[in-house]
Design a protein around this ligand. Structure first.
Ligand code: COA
Length: 259
């Protein structure tokens, strides 16, 4: 893979969007490679958390590739949006938690990639914006839907209609990111969070992510039914049995095996 670097250590995998000369802009090849990498990794039960970041010091991802979009017909543009959305859905529905480590510009498609992740942290260099309406288009990789769901309609209207850049302190206030870290420590901090997640019961973690993620698209009644199924599935695992038994016997909870 030329554009996606994969680093796998212990139970954590990091994907780095690696096209720094173009500020990691998402052309078709980058998008396809990202999709393929996720597709390959999603069946690996040893993975317990995923980190996504951008190569270089300037950008997480500076958007979808404008050069590739410039000449699209309306029909081709709709298909491109569908393709981008399928990649973002692959991120959102990746079976284990995905953490975006936003190290610089997260513009347009880059903001949308971060929004498709479950957790977002950012360095002080991060800048979030939706420049699209200033280029004669709308966000097309899920931004109109995910930002409104995450941060509310007011923030979605504000950022998408004005295109203004948001610095990390405001992104934190708006609930777009969870934490701000020094640029030098950003990826290490993302791994620290990933490893905290990885220490916990793997099946329970996957089911918890599924319940939250799927619940976002459901009514409360349907979401609660989804939660009940996820909760029930945890009781098929040795990890649940052993952890609860250790607790009741006042013994240390043994490391989780994912079974
Ligand atoms: N699509 C295609 N190429 C992009 C890109 C994008 N979204 N974002 C950056 N690049 C390319 C630039 O064309 C440039 O390539 P070149 O060296 O071959 O000319 C390279 O990345 C570096 O960017 P440059 O614009 O020279 O850096 P800068 O520091 O002057 O500005 C940005 C940085 C991020 C402000 C500016 O690149 C920008 O506005 N990018 C587009 C952001 C955007 O609108 N994204 C949403 C698209 S819908």
């Amino acid at each position: 893979m030329a554009y996606i670097l994969i680093e796998h250590k212990g139970h954590v995998v990091q994907l780095t969007i690696n096209r720094p000369e173009g500020l990691n802009a998402l052309n078709r090849e980058v998008l396809q490679e990202l999709f393929d990498a996720l597709d390959k990794l999603e069946g690996d039960l040893t993975i317990r958390a995923l980190v996504i970041t951008g190569a270089g010091e300037r950008a997480f991802v500076a958007g979808a590739d404008i050069g590739e979009m410039a000449e699209l017909t309306p029909k081709e543009a709709q298909a491109f949006s569908r393709f981008g959305n399928s990649v973002m859905q692959k991120v959102a529905h990746f079976p284990v938690p995905v953490i975006a480590a936003v190290n610089g510009f997260a513009l347009g498609g880059g903001f949308e990639l971060a929004l498709a992740c479950d957790l977002r942290i950012a360095s002080e260099r991060a800048r979030f914006a939706f420049p699209e309406t200033g280029l004669g288009i709308t966000p097309g990789f899920g931004g109109t839907q995910r930002l409104a769901r995450l941060a509310g309609q007011m923030t979605a209207y504000d950022l998408i209609l004005t295109g203004r850049r948001v610095k990390p302190d405001e992104a934190l206030t708006l609930g777009i990111i969870g934490e701000i870290t020094d640029a030098e420590n950003l990826v290490a901090r993302a791994w620290e969070i990933a490893e905290l997640i990885a220490e916990r019961a793997p099946v329970a973690t996957r089911e918890a992510k599924r319940a939250i993620r799927e619940g976002l698209d459901l009514t409360l009644e349907e979401g609660l039914a989804c939660e009940e199924v996820c909760f029930g599935r945890c009781f098929q695992t040795k990890d649940q049995e052993q952890a609860m038994s250790a607790f009741l016997n006042k013994k240390p909870i043994p490391p989780f095996k994912g079974e």
